[in-house]
Design a protein around this ligand. Structure first.
Ligand code: VGL
Ligand code: ZN
Length: 197
């Protein structure tokens, strides 16, 4: 069985949002249309406490887009975004959410970020999504959403490593693109066995 996984189509990742992805809102209508082709639909939602450690505001003298060393490895520092319960954390108002079987929230632990829908950024703390998919008999995943080079990338690579058959529909994704991150993400996904279409 196959599922559509819609990654982080939230106000803060759309134009006007705190961490706007260029043309982020352009994916909303075609993702809604694509939902008709899937029997299982899962949405992810970036969901941070106000003092999340991925926010540059929590690191004296550091600015957004700089990188710091965290106990679990390198971490890009972001503007404050997707704060739990805030309008920025809400899904884009036109995203069709009624057909979602599951909404999985991530990044809710203050001390660790979670780009992937499967594991937090230590690459070992599970979100529970793997168990959900396996117990439903889902073995094929199509991924779309924001941002191509971060949350879509990490989710797709983790899924492929876990043995899922993964397709990323690039036209239904948009990237942040810091320091060539879109290109690196494409290479990494391809190497992990993700099909990019
Ligand atoms: C994301 C940066 C920080 C994403 C989330 O959804 O790609 N990127 N938090
Ligand atoms: Zn985030």
């Amino acid at each position: 069985m196959e599922a559509l996984i819609v990654i982080d189509v939230q106000n803060d990742f759309c134009p006007g949002g705190a961490l706007a992805v260029p043309e982020g809102d352009a994916v909303v209508a075609p993702i809604n249309a694509l939902m008709r082709d899937f029997g299982a639909i899962i949405l992810t939602q970036d969901w941070h406490p106000a003092e999340h450690s991925s926010f540059a505001s929590q690191h004296a003298g550091r600015a957004p887009m700089e990188t710091v060393e965290m106990p679990y490895g390198q971490q890009v520092l972001w503007p404050d975004h997707c704060i739990q319960g805030s309008p920025g954390a809400a899904f884009h108002p036109e995203l069709e959410t009624t057909r979602a079987d599951l909404i999985i929230r991530k990044g809710f632990r203050r001390g660790i970020d979670s780009y992937s829908a499967f594991f937090e950024n230590d690459h070992e703390t599970p979100t529970g999504l793997e168990g959900y998919l396996r117990t439903r008999g889902i073995d094929r995943l199509t991924m779309v959403g924001l941002a191509l080079d971060f949350c879509v990338n990490f989710s797709a690579v983790d899924a492929a490593r876990l043995g899922f058959d993964v397709t990323v529909r690039e036209g239904l994704c948009r990237g942040i693109d810091v320091d060539g991150s879109v290109r690196a993400a494409r290479d990494g996904m391809t190497q992990a066995g993700v099909l990019l279409t």
